[in-house]
Design a protein around this ligand. Sequence first.
Ligand code: BES
Ligand code: MN
Ligand code: ZN
Length: 497
Amino acid sequence: MEIGIKSGSPEKQRSACVVVGVFDHRKLSFAAEILDHAAGGYLSDILRRGDMDGKPGSSLLLHNVPGVLCERILLVGLGKEREFRDRQYREAVQLSIRQVADIGIGEITLYLSEIAVKKRDLAWKVEQAILAAEETLYRFDQMKSKPDEARKAPRKLTLAVPRRSELALGETAAARGKAIAAGVRLAKDLGNLPGNVCTPTYLAEQAGVLAKEHGLGIQVLERSEIERLGMGSFLSVAKGSDEPPRFIVLEYPGGDRKQKPVVLVGKGITFDSGGISIKPAPDMDEMKYDMCGAASVLGALRAVAELKLAINIVGLIPTCENMPNGRANKPGDVVTSMSGQTIEVLNTDAEGRLILCDALTYAERLDPACVVDIATLTGACVIALGHVATGLLANDDGLARELLHAGDEAYDRCWQLPLWDDYAEQLKSNFADMANIGGRPGGTITAAAFLGKFARKYDWAHLDIAGTAWKSGKDKGGTGRPVPLLVHFLAKRAENP
Ligand code: BES
Ligand code: MN
Ligand code: ZN
């Protein structure tokens, strides 16, 4: 879909469809009022008859409205003006796109960015309109023998900004929106691919494609090289599967040569059966998403490269399957991590931390400005924060604040949980330096406390995306989160290194 920014009066648009908003109690938005005036009160007449009330979710498509140049006008309900916030704005955009796509209208011009949204500026509204539109139109039909026909994306989406002087600002915001949307799409596609296609080998190949297209440096380590590095913890998980593991290193050198890199570490378990501590059968299919951390690192790097951000970034992806073969980790096994610390594997299903800890140790050699790991790490995080907020834990409050702020700006929010060392008590083992689980209480925090033992030498933050990386139920699918958060975080860092 082509995306453009425009300014100018709505009645003069030769669009196939101009979209304007109507608040509760039939109150016209500013753009709707202009159209109504040009059409001699046509819109207010219709609203007075009660055909549309402005409630959220309501809409009305009008043809051949007199006095305007567009073929159609779509009225979308915005609800109460006082309650119109960021979520309502995104929903209005999504409703508009859904209507237009369901009918198959080829082109659409949105007049929604003039509407006041509490605490959000024009750049936010432009970026979010693009993300919300792309979200609505996303389909994953790669694995179907015939593509789904249901919704047809419009050929072109035009976003109107209120003033000519705001065109440049609108274009910049649109560029960021498009880049993030492309990163989100990549992360969703990789997440949605089944485990028999999206293997560690496949992930490494896709990283290679990304590197080639965007001029990134890449190194893919195979089992023997991973052994040479001494990543005994990572390898203990990998050896339970016939699929060979990979350790992917991607470099985006956008910044000054001397500038320390931001290191992103993504959990890349391409299928998590639980291993010998096997998971119950219902919903086990969803464990193909256990590589969404890795996918978000790739998605974020794609966006960053497209935006040419002035920053150095290294992406690290340990990737393997967690399976229960004859060589698999057994409860009680003790493994030696790359750091030298030994780990008693009390539950083979707590495998994410076992592969991430070695990647965190590897990160030391990159002399990082900071390290952020992203992982579908704990079911406990889904219980604590649901599917709305990503869990955030950090050993540095400044870094945590940056991520909280980026999440808010990107409408891809995270929420901080405490990482006090009291929690690490739960990881004590009689037989090794630590156990890989800390019991049910505070499961998200003890998982982070475990990782924290491998992140002592730099500022580090952990994003637990178990609840936010995909949706279950009827609309099952990857969400592409936290790509928007990561891109905002990196963009801010690029501005003030
Ligand atoms: N990949 C899972 C976490 C997960 C579970 C993500 C459900 C999304 C939905 C992770 O590897 C795991 O199995 N964690 C265990 C840890 C436990 C054994 C300490 C969990 O959360 O149950
Ligand atoms: Mn697991
Ligand atoms: Zn897992």
